[in-house]
Design a protein around this ligand. Sequence first.
Ligand SMILES: [Zn+2]
Length: 125
Amino acid sequence: MAARLLIRSAVRAAVTCRAAPAPALHRCMAGGIPTDEDQATGMEKIVMRAMKEGVDPYNMLKPKSYAGSKQDPHLVPSITNKRIVGCVCEEDNTTVVWFWLHAGEPQRCPSCGSHYKLVHHDLPH
Ligand SMILES: [Zn+2]
């Protein structure tokens, strides 16, 4: 008797499971694999947006080259009114000439005479 009850309940359970099949599995990423822009948050997102607009908010890219003359000085971004600048006066030099660059008129490197000018830079945050 007990065996019959067990068999009936097992058959009933099997039938109900078949009647209501589990929903088919589908991929959550129906729109494709998310890109870096989709997944970025916070500072990474700010930087990615700025890079798309062509702005380099944290000076991560190679600086533009300038002639270093008085008319076309090397532009040095700074968030304050002064910054230490290192000048490798000639391409093969093994030493760097360090000097303070102050806001205002372009200054010359004490060794080679290249001109540097401080430009104000605002951080994006
Ligand atoms: Zn120099």
